[in-house]
Design a protein around this ligand. Structure first.
Ligand SMILES: NC(=O)c1ccc[n+]([C@@H]2O[C@H](COP(=O)([O-])OP(=O)(O)OC[C@H]3O[C@@H](n4cnc5c(N)ncnc54)[C@H](O)[C@@H]3O)[C@@H](O)[C@H]2O)c1
Length: 347
């Protein structure tokens, strides 16, 4: 007798039009089939985003609407990416609390009711000023002083509680700042590390909103999404904890600028005008210890600082210098002069 292969899981991705969402949707569709991955957000997708598979409106604050999607589409796993990130949370704490806490609680209740696997990312922003900054362990002091960090600690603890008490298959990983070319930067504390490439190609100069030596953990989007899918697919029995640090590389604005000078133009100029995001960044780790993620589910990032610079320059050069190569689908971005962009991107 031939053994029956298990059907692929049906996955709902919330907040799928954010910085990380579209990449994870494309990766999951390539693995599980286009129609098995339901993208969702409260924003309107572009024609291109709609053309790659099913998309539904899903406000994570509306439990009944989420419930209906899970039933209608036969959802097995949820990747919960809807969130209000660090700088936006400081500008609008009520919205940050509502989306990050009530939205997460809705998704968690849904996971309990329908026995869903739930992956919801956390962040290095869940640490705070009293956390050890170097080689920050998985288990340590967690007293963040931002709305974003507080709401992510709530998420981690509640997810662990529902796992322990009700058997909910909750999984989370603490991302560093994620660098990507495909989505426009908008206002997170690590966004400078995306903005800087657009500025280098546009005007060959950049003013950083973090000080020159503010070293933070960072990762390239490909490593972030590979790791996310690895954790999502990992067998239950390999997981020794529910929330994992993941570390890839760490650099400061000065170090990143030096690498851009080396690879792009020796005349690239950077100056520094730290704003409120400097205070947020100063409470975060410089490096995170991620032994458990490597051991339990194979976290193994491959992009270091110079690889990230190479990838970003090669993806964005056609956007700003279309004659250099073929036309790119990525849109140029406007970098806000006040450092408070309309959309949130990193951390
Ligand atoms: N990007 C990073 O550097 C980074 C770092 C650490 C952690 N994370 C985490 O990764 C996840 C995804 O982050 P991202 O960078 O893609 O965020 P993003 O801000 O780019 O996207 C979030 C999405 O959530 C949507 N959203 C907001 N309110 C909603 C609601 N009520 N209902 C449904 N959707 C709603 C937004 O429309 C947006 O498309 C988040 O949990 C974030 O905390 C990201």
């Amino acid at each position: 007798m031939v053994a029956q292969q298990a059907p692929p899981p049906r996955v709902l991705v919330t907040g799928s039009l954010g910085q990380l969402g579209s990449t994870v949707v494309n990766t999951l569709r390539a693995k599980f089939g286009q129609d098995n991955v339901i993208a969702s957000d409260i924003k309107k997708p572009t024609v291109q985003q709609r053309s790659t598979g099913p998309f539904v409106y899903a406000d994570v604050l509306n439990y009944r609407a989420l419930d209906q999607i899970v039933v209608d589409y036969g959802i097995d796993w949820v990747v919960h990416f809807s969130a209000i990130l660090s700088a936006a949370g400081e500008r609008n704490p009520a919205l940050g609390l509502n989306v990050n806490i009530n939205g997460f609680q809705n998704v968690l209740e849904l996971a309990k009711a329908h026995r869903l696997r739930l992956l919801s990312p956390s962040t290095m922003g869940a640490f705070g000023p009293t956390t050890p900054k170097d080689e920050t362990p998985d288990l340590t002091i967690m007293r963040p002083n931002t709305i974003y960090g507080i709401s992510k600690v709530h998420m981690e603890l509640l997810g662990e509680y529902y796992c322990e008490k009700y058997g909910v298959d909750f999984r989370s990983l603490r991302y560093p700042g994620i660098i990507s070319a495909d989505s426009p930067p908008g206002g997170g504390t690590t966004d400078y590390a995306v903005d800087i490439f657009h500025a280098a190609l546009k005007s060959n100069r950049y003013t950083s909103f973090l000080s020159s030596d503010m070293r933070l953990p960072m990762a390239y989007i490909d490593d972030c999404i590979t790791g996310t899918v690895q954790l999502l697919e990992a067998p239950q029995e390999s997981l020794t904890q529910r929330v994992y640090n993941v570390h890839a590389c760490a650099f400061s604005p000065r170090e990143l600028a030096q690498e851009i000078c080396r690879q792009h133009s020796p005349d690239f100029a950077i100056d520094y005008s730290p704003d409120f995001r400097e205070d947020i960044a100063s409470t975060w780790p410089r490096t995170m210890a991620d032994t458990a993620a490597r051991r339990d589910w194979g976290w193994n990032p491959v992009f270091g600082t110079s690889d990230i610079v190479r990838e970003m320059l090669s993806k964005l050069t056609p956007v700003y210098k279309p004659s250099a190569t073929s036309v790119s689908p990525i849109q140029p971005i406007a970098i806000a002069s006040d450092g408070v962009p309309a959309i949130e991107v990193g951390n």
